[in-house]
Design a protein around this ligand. Structure first.
Ligand code: ZN
Length: 378
């Protein structure tokens, strides 16, 4: 999509650090990396913010179940994710913001909403959970019309059935307040936490300014997370404009969407341990359209391996016609980030020009692979 000026602002929903990095994650972040690279190639300054939900229930539950300190678990998983991303040549966000670093502004935001009468609390066993009022929200956006909103909200950790809520879809903005203390018994995991949707809205506003060109994440976040983050934005940051959404397709394995609950995760680190080159993994991901759902099989890696070998060979002994190839690849990426089309065009060029030696062309080809596709040929 076109952006508003010399700067392109991107917000992508990040990980909860307790089970990084499976191919579904990698597909999401490599897809956004392609957006960043394409924007940069078009001369835009990209401001990219991503959150890390390092204070969240599933993380606490995992820490308790495995008998490790939750902070140690979060830190080790953040480090693993960062290393995996670096290995896959994913350009890091300019602002990679952990929720634990924005607790104070989040508390201030919630207090302001309460003071304005736009939020309310429900108290149970001496603890209060705060909700934002969404009574006026009609959730009528066309992309939501086929979704059973209440069921999906419930399946994704929402609590539509809680007694006393003003609207079943009101999301939590802070959980576990004791008296005036938002961080009561702070050392005890799960005693309190901010709401997930409000944290993305706040980080987007504070790190990107008033125009967010793209709000992105995996397609499983469309509802409730992306929608409720947008709602928070529109409600308490009316000065912020979100211009578009980009939600990446889901990756399945053995017949089902890759998910922690099913345990059918293919971890990037495990593939690397099995001896696959990082660039093979990246090419396997780029072989699928960012907005398609697809099922991973070993054939994805085999195909990517053959492809990388072919490209390297062409780079050693070919090179002629690289400028025309660059124009074709740019055209494919300009067309809805068509990475499969770009990769096919390179295959064709590599086959046709394997022995048409042109060292300048080979240099241009190598630079294009590195800069535009994030694929190192060395
Ligand atoms: Zn988010």
């Amino acid at each position: 999509m076109s952006v508003s000026g010399p700067d392109a602002n991107l917000y992508v929903c990040g990980i909860t650090p307790y089970d990084a990095t499976h191919l579904g994650h990698a597909f999401t972040y490599v897809s956004f990396d392609m957006l960043v690279r394409t924007w940069r190639d078009g001369g835009l300054n990209v401001n990219y913010a991503q959150n890390i939900t390092d204070i969240d229930d599933p993380l606490f539950e995992r820490a308790e179940a495995t008998n490790v300190n939750w902070r140690d678990l979060a830190d080790s998983q953040i480090e693993l994710f960062r290393t995996d991303m670096e290995t896959l040549n994913v350009i890091p966000p300019n602002n990679w913001v952990a929720v634990s670093d924005v607790i104070e502004p989040l508390v201030a935001e919630v207090k302001e909403l309460l003071a304005d009468g736009r939020a309310y609390g429900l108290t149970e066993d001496g603890r209060t959970d705060y909700y934002i009022k969404t009574s006026d929200a009609d959730y009528a956006a066309p992309h939501l019309k086929d979704i059973d909103l209440i069921s999906v909200f419930r399946e994704n950790g929402g609590d539509p059935d809680r007694a006393g809520k003003q609207h079943p879809l009101d999301p939590i903005i802070w959980k576990g307040v004791v008296g005036d203390d938002f961080q009561a018994e702070g050392a005890r995991p799960g005693a309190w936490r901010p709401g997930w949707h409000i944290e993305c809205a706040l980080i987007g506003r504070d790190y990107l300014g008033n125009t967010v060109d793209i709000q992105g994440g995996g397609a499983d976040l469309v509802f409730p997370h992306q929608e409720m983050s947008l709602l928070h934005m529109a409600d308490f940051h009316p000065e912020v404009t979100v211009r578009g959404q980009m939600n990446t397709g889901m990756v399945a394995y053995e017949g089902h969407k890759m998910s922690k609950s099913l345990g059918n995760l293919v971890l990037v680190s495990k593939l690397l341990q099995r001896g696959f080159e990082p660039m093979v993994v990246r090419l396997a991901l780029l072989g699928h359209m960012w907005d398609s759902d697809w099922e991973y099989t070993d054939e994805d890696l085999d195909r990517a391996e053959r492809r990388l070998t072919r490209w390297r060979r062409a780079n050693h002994t070919g090179g002629a016609g690289a400028e025309e190839l660059l124009a074709t690849v740019r055209a494919r990426l300009a067309d809805n980030l068509d990475t499969p089309g770009a990769l096919d065009a390179i295959d064709e060029w590599a086959d046709a020009n394997e022995y048409n030696d042109d060292r300048d062309g080979a240099g241009l080809f190598r630079d294009m692979c590195q800069a535009l596709l994030g694929v190192s040929l060395s």
